[in-house]
Design a protein around this ligand. Structure first.
Ligand code: UFG
Length: 341
């Protein structure tokens, strides 16, 4: 029996596979089309597999339904953790159909095959973007809040959630966990994996690159929000804590019903606080510009994460902005060294 991880050559998926290798005995199948993930990430994961037998990699696109079905025929997949998706909000506004095809249609097809081949557990990577603009600024966002996405990325994920829920209603052996991530950040605490997006748009990797002189400056998108220092507030969750809840989800579904959980720490930091933290851990005072607001950025997005703490008995281990920035910095340093070797 194997666990299939789609999109495992990417940022979050790779951290999950590392933990599956280190903390379980499971055999793992990776499907990734390498459109945004990297072969070097798969190689890093293969090197972590001391048995050299537990990891099988298929370079394949989920849109090739027949090839995907062949993988199910060749193996005995009973669990799926589904990450493969397009995940850039701005890009989704310009290329909505690409997002609905790659995120929603491919998820429908994967769920369809999963049900056909008797998959019992499906863990889905969703996003806080399904909530859209919070109805009341500053209120912690719980799973009960209205879902009203404001971009195709959020809509494509919300539609996928619905597909998974509807499939589970009529297939009693098919259970799911849907995770709605807030701002995932940081890197593997051992320094082996980290974030590489091209182009990079996320705050922490951009600030870290600035601290390493790979960029001249960082621009703060707006300083007149109604927050303590005027900059936007986000709930940053360390990628290793996020990876851990995916492993927990598989155990949880043994004795519990399907469910939806927010993934965050329930505490927000401002853009200025993030920049100050990177300055502190890098011991470098780089240039910061004040720019205009970025379209579609809500001022405060912080999770109410009581449900996951309560129902899954989840205790985060890396709940520290400084640690998030430190691991992101270390990764960026290591990664550039490797590239220059
Ligand atoms: N920011 C800057 N300067 C930059 C980059 C970002 O000031 O150069 C600010 C943004 O305005 C925002 C904060 O830093 O206030 C965080 O921005 P990110 O781009 O890192 O992340 P977002 O909050 O925009 O997006 C994240 C995920 C999305 C998800 C969304 C859910 O990356 O995938 O949360 O709300 F959809």
């Amino acid at each position: 029996m194997q666990v299939l991880v789609t999109g495992a050559a990417g940022y979050i998926g790779s951290h999950v596979v590392k933990q599956l290798l280190e903390q379980t005995q499971k055999e793992i199948i990776i499907i990734d089309n390498l459109s945004t993930g990297f072969l070097h990430t798969v190689d890093t994961l293969k090197a972590i597999d001391s048995t050299k037998r537990r990891l099988k990699f298929y370079k394949e696109d989920l849109a090739n339904f027949e090839s995907i079905e062949k993988i199910f025929k060749e193996n005995n997949i009973k669990e799926i953790i589904h990450f493969a998706a397009s995940s850039q909000v701005a890009e989704s506004i310009n290329k909505p159909l690409q997002y609905y095809l790659n995120n929603s249609v491919n998820t429908i097809s994967l769920v369809n095959i999963a049900v056909k081949y008797g998959v019992e557990k499906f863990v889905f990577s969703s996003t806080a973007a399904v909530y859209g603009e919070p109805e009341q600024t500053g209120q912690l966002i719980s799973e009960e809040c209205l879902t009203k996405p404001i971009n195709p990325y959020g809509s494509s994920k919300l539609f996928s959630e619905q597909v998974i829920k509807d499939a589970a209603k009529v297939n009693k052996n098919f259970k799911y966990i849907i995770y709605r991530y807030f701002n995932v950040a940081g890197a593997d605490v051992d320094g082996k994996l980290g974030e590489c997006h091209d182009p990079e748009t996320h705050l922490i990797p951009l600030v870290v690159k600035t601290a390493l002189d790979k960029r001249d400056s960082i621009t703060i998108f707006g300083t007149d929000y109604g927050t303590k220092d005027g900059t936007c507030i986000r709930d940053y969750i360390h990628v290793c804590d996020l990876a851990d809840v995916h492993i927990k989800a598989l155990d949880f579904l043994e004795n519990n019903e399907s469910d939806i959980f927010n993934c965050g720490y329930g505490y927000g930091y401002s853009v200025k606080e993030v920049i100050d933290s990177v300055k502190k851990v890098s011991n470098y005072d780089f240039k910061v510009n004040i720019g205009v607001k970025r379209e579609g950025d809500p001022s405060i997005l912080v999770a109410n994460c009581l449900k996951i703490k309560d129902k899954m008995q989840w205790k985060p281990k890396y709940n520290s902005l400084e640690l998030i920035c430190k691991t992101a910095l270390k990764w960026e340093e290591n990664f550039s060294k490797e590239k220059n070797d």
